[in-house]
Design a protein around this ligand. Sequence first.
Ligand code: GP0
Length: 786
Amino acid sequence: MIAPPTTVDGFVTEFLLNLAQDRGVTLQDSTVDDRYLALVRTVRGHLAARRLETERAPRERKTICYLSAEYLLGRQLDNSLLATGLEDIAAEALAACGVDLDELRAHEIEPGLGNGGLGRLAACFVDSMATLGVSSIGYGIRYEYGIFRQSFENGQQVEHPDAWMRGGSPWEFPRPERARIIRFGGAEDGWAVRAVPYDFVVPGYRSGAGILRLWSAEALEPLDLPAFNAGDYERAVRAKTFAENLSKVLYPDDSSPQGKELRLQQQYFFAAASVGDVVDDLLAGGGTLDDLPERAIFQLNDTHPVIAVPELMRLLIDEHDLGWDTAWAITQRCFAYTCHTLLPEALEVWPVDLLRRLLPRHLDIIYRINEEFLLTVRERLGEERVAAMSIIAESPVRAVRMAHLATIAGVKVNGVAELHSQLLRDAVLPDFAEFFPQKFTNVTNGVTPRRFLRLANPALSALITEAIGDGWVTDLERLRELEPFAEDAAFRDAFAQVKAGNKKRLNDVLRVRDRTEIDEEHLLDVMVKRLHEYKRQLLRLLHVVDTYEGVVSGRVAASALQPRAVLFGAKAAPGYVMAKRIIHLINAVAGVVNDDARLEGRLRVLYPANYDVTLAERVIPAADLSEQISQAGKEASGTGNMKFALNGALTIGTDDGANVEIRQLVGDENFFLFGMTEPEVAALAPAYRPGESVDAGARRALDLIASGAFSGGDRSVFEPIVTNLLTEDRYMVLADYRAHADAQARVDAAYADPDAWTRAAVLNVARCGYFSSDRAIRDYQERVWG
Ligand code: GP0
């Protein structure tokens, strides 16, 4: 009997035992930290039991090995309680002990081991695989410091290390016995580190479990004792420091790799550890290397883990004595590649010189893969296609194109939304789509309904369940059954009350973490996502400034404004100068607008610092309007867009990424579409002169910014932003300005009829069941892993 008792009394006993035996304290003497850790221990016991049960059950033959450099997990406690069905038991048990569960919830630091959409998607996928009972393991890196914590000083972003493990990492199970040695360099200049796995149990909802195995780097020798004895203390720990750097910190660049050597080291470190782990497991279980493709598939989450391809070749050839052709035949059946971008600068490329120094054997293998591939290209398509399709780019420096390698090696290549997959075929990898037409497919992203509806929005969840039962939690398409309720006035009232209550819940946290709050009567207009020019936070901001200018110049009466709170949340990559300037400008505008009595409080701009999963879970359920306003053809999918719609926000958005599919599903009348389409963008691009026909509203906004109105009269501070828009405007903010402003006017008009708005919101919820990550995983099973 491995499962701990699932009764209130049993839970109390376990909790007190853990306090005593794990923390060495009595309940009376315990701190919040003690109680939190004892609670985690107690819940973790249930997760371990679930995991062991799952392992004993008859296994599917093929295990999905999800390789991702990022997992943006969010807090674990509530999800674990929900998945194990312990919510009520834990609440009662802690209440019986006089312990405040909410206080313990708030005590958890979320593991932020990812930058944004890509990392959060990986976290949703492991949740869905566990829930669906897919045999799966997620592999990644146990960064000691995750995505930086953001604060603002004088409105400017300041980054602080994210010491998420400061209080220990109580959810994980260290697996030192599965540690592996990872070697870098060549015969003469070789060095090595130890990769030690830590397992997080990923509980499925009510049944099933997967594993998230994160690798931590350690030195082979923790101390150079002779150096220490000679009094050279720095040298004594140099190797240790060097090795530990590999898993020290997550690179904070989103969609813009910096090509840093340490990052390639990180990639190889976790890719090699994971491939070796899987191969060892296969052999230990009596399998042979020929079985590998039937027993495992490595899903490559973007190009970050693609070095796993030559690593598997090296393993098969150098360590298991297979011939090249046999090894390649196996390798070619073991990988599938997901591309997450349309930005050319986001496609990773590693200089040949760097690879030769760090992974010379792998470079040789890549060259040979390329040689053989180009032979067939030459044959089938002709010499003139060779340069474009080569894995090796010749300029600006000789470099390995990781996307080409992944495409050649993968059984499938998928984009993350219909439009994205189309553009992947037509624009990003057109030669490959021609060469390997059968490889290219689409899997539209999804989000887990457990975290982003059931947990984040308890009141809406209860309302839905009351109406249609709770089957939707694992079968989200059942939300369709809500459609008739959109016509039910009592239901709409209840729905509107839920939204109002969620604004209060948002304020509960904004007051504490940001000493601010929204007016609960305002339309809550939200733009939360990484700060990137292509996402166009500036487009939203210019309209705010234009609105402000209208009132202060007397053209518009403040009383005519639909009261709005415009909430931004975004981190900028620390080296992304323009993005950081935009953050500064948003804060500067907020400072002026919020203080100006002439607005009569009808326009407020909020920018809570350090947007993370925990804040997302409060913001999204409270939102009325979801801003998804990227330049068409630039946002691969978006996943925040799905979360908002699923929680009953209406979208104002361009025809981009998964917005396209959201609009198709919810209906044009329940979505505020605006702006150029991707073909229109492409047609305008060559002749685009942003400064030549600036919309009057945009002009007013730009002039006001340029005048120093938001920088204490200093005209230089935001001049680069204004100049950039007027001269370059790479993402065509100005070209879409009027369409966006008009769409915002349509939003105002629609919100003036609250009941009709609520009806549209209900229909958004009812029609977005498609965007469950459970559906996405089923699509992968069918189209990629099958
Ligand atoms: C894409 F290339 N994404 C990248 C990257 O480096 N980081 C990242 O988060 C995102 C896309 O921008 C996305 O459109 C997409 O939905 C997400 O990956 C998951 O596929 C923003 O949410």
